[in-house]
Design a protein around this ligand. Structure first.
Ligand SMILES: Cc1cc2nc3c(=O)[nH]c(=O)nc-3n(C[C@H](O)[C@H](O)[C@H](O)COP(=O)(O)O)c2cc1C
Length: 220
């Protein structure tokens, strides 16, 4: 697949078919993502792939924690507020979602339901966690972001769908314990991955982007 088409056509997939992805293909995608650049080639990425019973058990644990009203404790706290420029984009996304699905993401009840769907990995057959040593600098977080994008693009090029999920890190201490990830690591991102169910209404909304001239300046 042409790189430009791959970047422009990737979208977050929130409904998947049951078909599992062969381990060989998941390995190939991770093998591709590792060619991402990183500060001094430090390669500050660690990857955990979950499938089958283990993924289901983790999912149940997250749903139970949510049900019990356990306070989320992500290693990277969710932003409490946004500057106006970024808040405008979020408002725009929520308005389009409401128009497309009737669901208002500002409604606390909808947030609870949305988190449930996240904790179920949107029914994807596999989940991937990205983590790294917590003492690493912000540059390494940046590098892990590059790795995440490469992984999602490599998956898309192979006909797979992905969605990056901060919500999947809500219960970071419990997840790390469950997956035997040392406490010294920070859990940065969860990604659901599988074959996309392109007919599902969940996959019909294509997000928009700002006009390029609205965020680019040129100087000569
Ligand atoms: C760091 C990060 C965290 C995200 N967290 C979530 C999440 O918890 N749940 C979810 O459904 N989507 C999540 N998303 C997906 C974004 O909502 C999505 O990327 C954005 O709306 C743009 O849409 P697109 O990916 O379809 O282009 C996240 C994306 C990023 C990059």
């Amino acid at each position: 697949m042409d790189a430009v088409i791959c970047i422009k056509n990737r979208m977050s997939i929130r409904a998947f078919t049951d078909k599992p992805v062969p381990k060989k293909l998941l390995t190939e995608i991770i093998d591709t993502a590792k060619w991402s650049p990183s500060y001094k080639n430090s390669q500050p990425w660690e990857v955990m792939v979950l499938s089958g019973k283990k993924k289901e058990a983790l999912s149940n644990m997250l749903l139970d924690l949510q049900e019990q009203g356990e306070q989320p404790k992500p290693d990277l706290p969710a932003p409490e507020s946004w500057p106006p420029r970024e808040q405008d984009q979020i408002d725009h996304l929520y308005a389009s979602r409401k128009e497309a699905t009737g669901l208002d993401l500002n409604d606390p009840k909808i947030i609870v339901a949305a988190k449930k769907a996240n904790f179920k990995f949107y029914k994807a057959p596999h989940g991937i966690f990205l983590y790294q040593e917590a003492s690493l600098s912000s540059w390494s977080l940046f590098d892990l972001g590059l790795f995440a994008q490469s992984l999602m693009l490599a998956a898309h090029a192979k006909g797979l769908g992905t969605v990056p999920q901060a919500f999947l890190t809500d219960y970071a201490p419990q997840i790390k314990k469950f997956l035997h990830i040392p406490e010294s690591k920070r859990l940065v991102l969860g990604i659901s991955i599988g074959y996309p169910d392109l007919q599902s209404p969940a996959n019909q909304l294509r997000t928009e982007r700002m006009a390029t001239e609205d965020f680019v300046s040129w100087q000569e």
